[in-house]
Write a protein that binds this ligand. Structure first.
Ligand SMILES: Nc1ncnc2c1ncn2[C@@H]1O[C@H](COP(=O)(O)OP(=O)(O)O)[C@@H](O)[C@H]1O
Ligand SMILES: [Mg+2]
Length: 246
């Protein structure tokens, strides 16, 4: 398998969303939200997009949250990304973050935000940082995050751009196969469709299946694998409930 990020629709939507945030008018607030099920490519997409950015200002910073985060550990991580050791009291870290983000026009991406969305103090600090800088702040999380943020009106009302990651469709699965499989190996339509349905469109599972097919193709010296050639080998881990369905 090749190692690259495929520009499927979710990736393009995310790029659009970020450029809308950067180019928004003064009356539009600058919080963004990226949400959707695990394994659909949110983190990969954001990392890819940040790496693609060149010139025209400073690069955004990216932090991910952890289950054990506190306001202090969260702020320490952001501070470190901006090049400083944590400052105490915490208010000093906040001031430092605000100054640097303002001076250098830096956007902030906060991944795995599910872990902090229930923490009033951290969320209010994020709002403080946004209000003082008006630089784009993008929260990234799972399905539930939109609903959970909706209870925080102050924050929710500042979200002007959002992307909900959709499961991969037939066209996306096609792109993954044609861009990630080694040259010369192709997968039949019937098998691609089977992969799309059985994976529920989850990118992680699609790539696992494609990798198995690629290994099979090489071992058997086959160039095109369709459902018939693949036979009844396992492509997905069954959890018992849908055994026999394949
Ligand atoms: N557009 C893409 N191109 C290539 N690989 C991708 C793409 N999107 C996701 N993946 C792969 O799928 C897996 C899950 O993606 P990830 O970004 O961790 O999802 P999420 O953050 O939504 O849980 C990763 O291993 C990543 O390599
Ligand atoms: Mg992720």
């Amino acid at each position: 398998m090749k190692y690259k990020t495929v520009e499927v629709k979710n990736v393009l939507r995310t790029q659009d969303m970020f450029s809308n945030l950067l180019g928004r008018s003064q009356i539009t607030p600058g919080l963004g939200l990226i949400h959707g099920p695990a394994g659909n490519g949110k983190t990969t997409t954001v990392a890819y997009m940040i790496n693609q950015l060149t010139g025209g200002g400073s690069l955004p910073i990216y932090v991910r949250c952890y289950a054990t985060d506190t306001p202090s550990s969260f702020l320490a991580r952001v501070t470190k990304e901006l090049g400083s050791e944590p400052l105490f009291p915490l208010r000093k870290s906040v001031d430092f973050i605000i100054n640097i983000m303002n001076e250098q026009q830096i956007s902030l991406f906060v991944d795995e935000a599910d872990h902090i969305v229930g923490q009033a103090k951290t969320m209010e600090t994020i709002r403080d940082i946004y209000d003082a800088t008006e630089q784009p702040v993008i929260l990234i999380g799972m399905e539930e995050i939109a609903r959970r943020i909706s209870h925080r009106k102050q924050l929710f009302n500042r979200i002007s751009e959002w992307v909900e990651f959709q499961p991969a469709d037939a066209e996306d699965v096609h792109m993954f196969a044609s861009e990630l499989l080694e040259d010369g190996i192709t997968v039949g339509e019937d098998l691609l469709d089977y992969i799309r349905v059985r994976s529920g469109g989850e990118v992680r599972r699609i790539l696992i299946a494609l990798e198995k097919i690629e290994r099979f193709a090489k071992a058997n010296d086959e160039a095109c694998i369709d459902k018939e050639i693949w036979g009844d080998g396992q492509l997905f881990l069954n959890h018992g409930m849908n055994q026999g369905k394949r």
